[in-house]
Design a protein around this ligand. Structure first.
Ligand SMILES: Cc1cc2nc3c(=O)[nH]c(=O)nc-3n(C[C@H](O)[C@H](O)[C@H](O)COP(=O)(O)OP(=O)(O)OC[C@H]3O[C@@H](n4cnc5c(N)ncnc54)[C@H](O)[C@@H]3O)c2cc1C
Ligand SMILES: NC(=O)c1ccc[n+]([C@@H]2O[C@H](COP(=O)([O-])OP(=O)(O)OC[C@H]3O[C@@H](n4cnc5c(N)ncnc54)[C@H](OP(=O)(O)O)[C@@H]3O)[C@@H](O)[C@H]2O)c1
Length: 323
């Protein structure tokens, strides 16, 4: 590999852990905007890099970045008017349930997925009620069919009239924002909280192609390995519900056993078969969108990863019984 200094070095294995929340996905609106149009990645605070106090601000999207930024800017002493523009409604979930962080009271992974999902969906509907009662658009999907948008603040701010919902943006003209329903609003700042793209700039034009496809898909065996590409591993390249903080640690267990030879991968054909089945199982609950292509259910993923490590250790034993 070549370093940015120009120096070339040789290594036997490469672990890619460059994160997937740094390359902004920015909408390309027709027209021109005379205010500031920025991505949430550049947002630091209500004062940096743009002074938002007294401004008319549109936040685009309804993921967690939009939840946090819109909630922060909708305080009466912040933006003059705080709009959120969404092309679809989402279920906004509270962060706590029965005094516990919501991810501490999720259904355990040994309960069959269909049952767990049905119970969680009923619970969420009972907990938050209809989104339109907060002045939010009704989702076009079931609870938990999207990466969860979690914020008690957002629900309170929307319900109390501090956040004004808008449909999708159609085009821009000066300070005027034209909306899909034919209405317009005037704005000084647009914050696109529209998510991120996976990028691996260091791969350039490698063969095989190591970039995401045009649907933002990046299938990997156990979300770590491209079948048939030896000595290349990915850590943390998953969109996990509830959290990805613990993900790389769990994945490193498979990597460690693979590198020390106590784990052996299945055949490339078997990796591909398992990869397709895993992807279908993890993604089936979500609506199709670029932001859902690497979504996993962390609890089930961990159980599965541990089972795969045990299976690979058995393969290693069978291949080399005296080791
Ligand atoms: C606003 C925001 C809030 C979030 N909050 C949560 C949360 O509450 N809980 C949660 O689980 N997740 C959250 N996330 C997701 C978050 O991205 C991950 O939890 C976590 O940062 C992922 O860790 P990582 O090490 O995979 O990637 P990163 O933390 O992005 O680290 C990647 C590292 O790779 C380096 N790097 C990148 N490219 C190169 C290169 N070409 N060469 C060398 N080094 C490179 C970067 O400098 C960086 O140090 C949040 C994300 C955002 C944007
Ligand atoms: N407090 C927290 O824990 C916290 C805070 C911020 C971020 N995060 C994490 O960081 C990651 C990224 O979150 P994010 O909110 O930045 O991104 P995200 O989850 O990808 O959400 C992007 C939002 O923008 C919408 N969108 C995308 N393209 C659009 C377009 N062209 N026009 C209109 N809307 C568009 C998406 O709608 P569709 O669904 O229709 O595509 C979605 O509502 C997530 O893992 C999130 O959990 C966590």
């Amino acid at each position: 590999m070549q370093l940015s200094t120009g120096e070339t070095r040789q290594y036997t294995d490469l672990v890619v852990a460059n994160g997937h929340h740094w390359q902004p996905r920015l909408p390309d609106y027709p027209g021109t905007f005379d205010g500031v149009l920025m991505h949430s990645h550049a947002y630091v605070s209500p004062f940096e890099p743009v002074e938002m106090r007294g401004k008319r601000v549109v936040v685009v999207g309804m993921g967690n970045s939009a939840m946090d930024i819109a909630s922060e800017l909708s305080a009466p002493w912040m933006a003059e008017k705080l709009y959120v523009s969404a092309r679809r409604g989402v279920w906004v979930l509270p962060k706590y349930r029965n005094g516990q962080p919501a991810d501490k009271v999720m259904a355990p992974p040994d309960i069959p997925k269909e049952q767990a999902l049905a119970a969680s969906r009923t619970l969420i509907r009972e907990l938050v009620g209809s989104m339109s009662t907060y002045g939010l658009p009704e989702p076009d999907h079931e609870p938990l069919a999207a990466h969860p948008s979690v914020s008690a603040d957002f629900l309170t701010k929307a319900g109390s009239g501090d956040i004004h919902m808008l449909p999708a943006i159609e085009r821009l003209d000066g300070h005027t924002v034209h909306l899909a329903d034919g209405n317009t609003v005037d704005a000084d700042v647009i914050v696109c909280a529209t998510g991120y793209e996976m990028r691996f700039p260091f791969f350039e034009d490698t063969e095989p192609d190591l970039h995401p496809d045009d649907q933002h898909r990046y299938p990997l065996f156990k979300r770590m390995i491209k079948p048939g590409v030896d000595h290349l591993f990915y850590l943390g390249l998953a969109q996990s519900s509830p959290t990805i903080v613990n993900l790389a640690e769990q994945q490193s267990k498979l990597l460690a056993t693979l590198l020390d030879g106590s784990y052996v991968l299945p055949s490339v054909a078997e990796q591909e078969r398992i990869m397709r089945a895993d992807e279908a199982a993890h993604l089936e609950q979500y609506y199709s969108a670029p932001r859902h292509t690497i979504q996993i259910d962390f609890g089930r993923y961990c159980l599965d990863l541990m089972a795969e490590i045990a299976a690979g250790e058995e393969r290693a034993q069978a291949a080399s019984p005296t080791a």
